[in-house]
Design a protein around this ligand. Structure first.
Ligand code: LMR
Length: 392
């Protein structure tokens, strides 16, 4: 049977992990997969996470199943982290998930039973379309990014959303847009909310980088605002990045219903999707997150650690745009300073990205996405020089 199979194309982001590891060149630069790196290039385990793991080892008495929705205490803590204290919590239901991708898979799997079309921004994280396709959605791309200015093309986005059909699902990035780093401002979020309401569209918000843009509270603003305005909504969140627990696969899915009863039924339907896929979420990472968020001192330490990561990214954005300004004698790269989160598009073609990899040992995604946190401060100038060289 298997002889008829063809190998699928390699994942454009994850294949870089192995390619980078196999590269023997000294001074290679990894701007590929979205993991935070400290100034030495390492992805350390946060001190708050280590402490929570120590406590978990000491206190955990069983590894018996928790159930399809995971640990209610984890769900409650993450719900407050993302939605704040003033949200309509009675109309919100949460599920612990295997990472942000797990949250996307079950929310999309659920939404695909209600709707045929999912609108995703162009560009978006590659796995959005892949997951959507796997659950049977027809995908419509809406214009999002203006490469000429490095910012959101809001008028085009709005015009496209205004044409969406009633009941369509609209995928939005809550903050730190992946791959562009270009986010909506508050006025634009308000306009989007009005379109969603007027056109009876269902929002699915992916928030995977809370804390890496303007701060934990600030980055949650979009979700909090929408939760206050919309009758119904889905949210997929990840703890991979802001807790640095990538391989522990920890995330959460949320459903906001018109009433508490409707939210509970929707959650039960999402649980069916989870049950027929991975059945129940892994718990180690979620337990760590719960321990941190439930302990005031540990939570404060974690918030400081997130802020340190955020500031490093912001500092690198500034250093990069200044180095480009000096080297190109133009403000063409100022957008790097105005964008948020780990990612930006550096504006290279696929061939130029390949050249950066082959000639300069700089690993970035083929679409020109760079993980800014992957740069070391002492690599900024070499990187800028290499980009200017390949662009000619
Ligand atoms: C990324 O965008 O690099 C991360 O979210 C990792 C992944 O799974 O693609």
């Amino acid at each position: 049977m298997f002889e008829t199979l063809q190998a699928p194309p390699a994942d454009k982001i994850l294949s870089l992990i192995a390619a980078y590891a196999a590269d023997p060149r000294e001074g290679k630069v990894d701007l590929g997969v979205g993991v935070y790196r400290d100034p030495t290039g390492a992805t350390p385990i946060l001190a708050s996470v280590r402490e929570a793991e120590r406590r978990l080892l000491e206190t955990q008495k069983t590894k018996a199943y928790l159930g399809i929705a995971g640990d209610p205490a984890f769900c409650k803590a993450v719900q407050t982290l993302i939605f704040g204290t003033d949200a309509p919590h009675d109309r919100l239901k949460a599920l612990q998930t295997p990472g942000g991708s797990g949250a996307l898979a079950i929310t999309m799997g659920f939404a695909a039973k209600l709707s045929q079309r999912l609108h995703i921004p162009s560009p978006s994280w590659g796995n959005h379309a892949a997951i959507a396709r796997s659950v049977g959605f027809e995908i419509v791309q809406y214009p999002y990014y203006d490469a000429a200015t490095g910012s959101v093309n809001f008028s085009a986005m709005k015009a496209a959303l205004e044409k969406a059909a009633e009941g369509d699902v609209i995928l939005l990035h809550g903050c730190c847009h992946n791959p562009t780093g270009a986010d909506l401002n508050k006025d634009q979020w308000a306009e989007v909310a009005e379109i969603l309401i007027a056109r009876k569209l269902l929002a699915l918000v992916d928030i995977a980088y809370q804390g890496f843009g303007d701060g934990l509270e600030e980055d949650g603003w979009s979700v909090r605002y929408l939760a206050g305005r919309l009758p119904e909504m889905l949210v997929a969140s990840s703890c991979s990045k802001n807790f640095g627990i990538y391989r522990d696969r920890t995330g959460a899915a949320f459903v906001l219903g018109k009433t508490a009863e409707e939210a509970a039924v929707a959650q039960a339907q999402i649980m069916v999707v989870a049950r027929t896929s991975y059945s129940m979420p892994p718990d180690h990472g979620a337990a760590v997150v719960r321990i941190i968020l439930e302990d005031e001192a540990l939570a404060a330490q974690w918030r400081d650690e997130v802020e340190t990561m955020r500031q490093r990214i912001t500092g690198l954005r500034k250093a990069l745009s200044e180095a480009f300004r000096l080297r190109t004698n133009s403000n063409a790269y100022d957008f790097l300073m105005e964008s948020r989160g780990m990612f930006s598009l550096i504006g290279v073609t696929e061939a130029q990205a390949r050249r950066l990899r082959e000639e300069f040992a700089i690993y970035l995604v083929d679409d020109g996405r760079i993980n800014i946190a992957g740069l070391r401060e002492d690599q900024v100038e070499t990187f800028v020089e290499a980009v200017v060289t390949v662009k000619g």
